[in-house]
Write a protein that binds this ligand. Structure first.
Ligand code: SF4
Length: 401
């Protein structure tokens, strides 16, 4: 046991735990859409989605994605905007951009997904968890796919009470799982550990009475509440970001702008706007942001209420204003701005908050349409206008350690 890692436990007996877990998994595994076959491409897409999205939420996004891009060649041939549009709503859009970039790299190399963890890690955006999950689940490479569920389960089996986010504890728990990994079924074992963590060994209230491996679990045998291992993490309060958004219309179209390719919500389209500075009114911020971002002088803006949205690391409060340009000719645009009809906007990849703004306008106008008093928008890289997220913590089950 590495120094500083408190563990009173020993590794569960692999001769007993792995067979019991696999036996349970064969009977209890949920019929999830990515389990219908062992297509490496589908497994890869699913694991990328599951890295920061819960299983129930990921399923419809997975179905939509593989329907739009049934093969890795289809994904490689798609534009970034097409991929982002299909991914819309799943969040963490860098995952979609990386999937496409990796697909392009794979197709350039012949079209076959690499079969080993080491080779998979050379692809854009493929980290240790995705590489080991795909290598073991799709190609049966005997490597541990270490993610939040496995860390929790292994910590309980061994009653390891250190912080599972630290490299030292992760390393120890990875070794625990590696010792249990059956060489003839590494993929099934990894999947079974995750399934146990997602359905029985739950974060706060583990269902020990129905656990197939309770006999090998020290937390269960020795503690009144196994759910206290590992130590519950207290999440920091999510800060509130207040921003003004301008939906500007002219001749039946809205002005939208594309966010920078890299970073939060990269490549998505939104209305112009930005953070409300201390001491500034929402209206003043709307006028200032519009001028700073587009060079346009705001016409008389009409307040259209507040749209709220919560991201994993912060909450946003978007003060929405609409306005109409009187000019008969639309002002010239650069490559990141576009005048779009409502139908055109619906075809673009949009952040959730922008969807909500459109819905809010629709509520107020029977149906949202430019000219019913809208305004426009775009947001600079570092300000939450439409909405920008700070680099963040994951919220879902398969968060890679
Ligand atoms: S006995 Fe309880 S704590 Fe231990 S692995 Fe099973 S569900 Fe988790």
């Amino acid at each position: 046991v590495p120094a500083g890692v408190r563990s009173t436990g020993t590794t569960p007996d692999p001769a007993a735990v792995a067979p019991a877990l696999l036996h349970w998994f064969r009977a209890a595994r949920r019929p999830l859409p990515w389990r219908r076959d062992r297509d490496p491409y589908r497994i890869w897409v699913a694991e990328v989605l599951l890295q920061q999205t819960r299983v129930a939420q990921a399923a419809p996004y997975f179905e939509r994605f593989v329907r739009a891009f049934p093969t890795i060649r289809d994904l490689a041939a798609a534009s970034e905007a097409q991929v982002l549009k299909v991914w819309q709503g799943a969040g963490y859009y860098a995952r979609a951009r990386n999937l496409r970039a990796a697909a392009i790299a794979v197709v350039a190399g012949g079209g076959e997904l690499p079969r080993t963890e080491a080779e998979l890690r050379t692809l854009p955006g493929v980290g240790p968890y995705i590489a080991s999950a795909v290598a073991s689940l799709a190609f049966d490479e005997p490597v541990v796919a270490l993610e939040a569920n496995g860390l929790r389960v292994a910590a309980r089996w061994t009653r390891t009470e250190g912080d599972v986010r630290t490299p030292r504890v992760r390393s120890r728990l990875g070794a625990v799982l590696a010792a249990l990994l059956p060489p003839d079924a590494p993929g099934a074992f990894n999947e079974a550990v995750m399934e146990l963590g997602e359905t029985i060994c739950l974060p706060r209230r583990p269902r020990c009475v129905v656990c197939p491996v309770a006999f090998g679990c020290r937390a269960f045998r020795e503690l009144p509440d196994p759910g206290l291992v590992p130590s519950p993490r207290r999440l920091p309060a999510r800060p509130l970001v207040r921003a003004a958004v301008v939906v500007l219309s002219s001749r039946g179209r809205w002005l939208v702008q594309r966010r920078p390719a890299e970073g939060l919500l990269g490549g998505l389209w939104e209305f112009p706007g930005g953070k409300i500075e201390p001491g500034e009114t929402a209206r003043r911020a709307a006028e200032r942001e519009l001028a700073e971002e587009t060079g346009l002088v705001a016409p008389s803006l009409r307040a259209r209420g507040v749209v709220r949205h919560a991201y994993s690391h912060f909450r946003v409060e978007l003060h929405v204003f609409t306005g109409t340009l009187a000019s008969r000719s639309l002002p010239p645009l650069d490559g990141v701005r576009r005048w779009v009809t409502p139908a055109g906007l619906a075809r673009l990849p949009l952040p959730k908050a922008t969807e909500r703004i459109v819905a809010r306008l629709a509520e107020g106008a029977g149906r949202a349409s430019p000219g019913s008093g809208s305004r426009r928008g775009r947001t600079p890289p570092s300000r939450p206008g439409g909405v920008r997220r700070p680099p963040g913590r994951a919220r879902a089950p398969r968060t890679a350690p």
